[in-house]
Design a binder for this molecule. Sequence first.
Ligand code: 13P
Length: 251
Amino acid sequence: MRRPMVAGNWKMHGTRASVAELINGLTEQNLPTGVDVAVFPSCLHITQVVDGLAGTAVAVGAQDCASEAQQSALTGEVAAAQLSDASCSLVLVGHSERRLLLGEVDELVARKFAAAQSCGLVPVLCVGESLAQREAGQTLDVVVAQLSAVTDALGVEVFANAVIAYEPVWAIGTGLTASPEQAQQVHAAIRAQLASKSPELAGKVRILYGGSVKAVSAAELFGMPDIDGGLVGGASLNADEFGAICRAAGS
Ligand code: 13P
């Protein structure tokens, strides 16, 4: 049995005051013990969130890291070693907003993945197709290529300490959730690709769904056999809504 995970990606949101409010709201949630819960604040607020959630079971992650693992002369970047020092335990790599708006390519994503693991962080590899790619029938090819970029560079074994998030670009921030069947089809393909190299590992790796997840849609999505939880954007900025999504993963 895979332990479900629900992660909140706060993206470029939050002020010190609104983050303090969100932390308070999270500490008041009745979070299920059978679910790994994590939040990914902006880098600026990581320390505030780590301190504010100390003593809870909520893990803190970063939304990105540099491709260089260690501190160096790289203006504006944050090293995985620094995130680890700040008590982060996870880091998103390859989010579609970074791939599409900031030009991150597969090769860079693989280097960030490796940098994260070399510092003991668990990378959450984000993959997903655009609307045009889905309409052209390329969904599985796109997702397989994004996953292969990491397994070809680093080997399949790296997924023993990693999480995958399938986030169709057309579902992110649009209110258009993939149907449970659409998401399941891609999750199963991701698992099958890993299974072709290591069936044992494929059975253990957690694959999260992301894209307009809300409390009302969560239970049905999380009920699918290969969906092991969610990576939640907008809805994770509301502690009650996020708490409800976490509870849906625990039921
Ligand atoms: P939304 O839940 O706002 O669609 O965002 C999903 C996402 O990109 C999480 O990483």
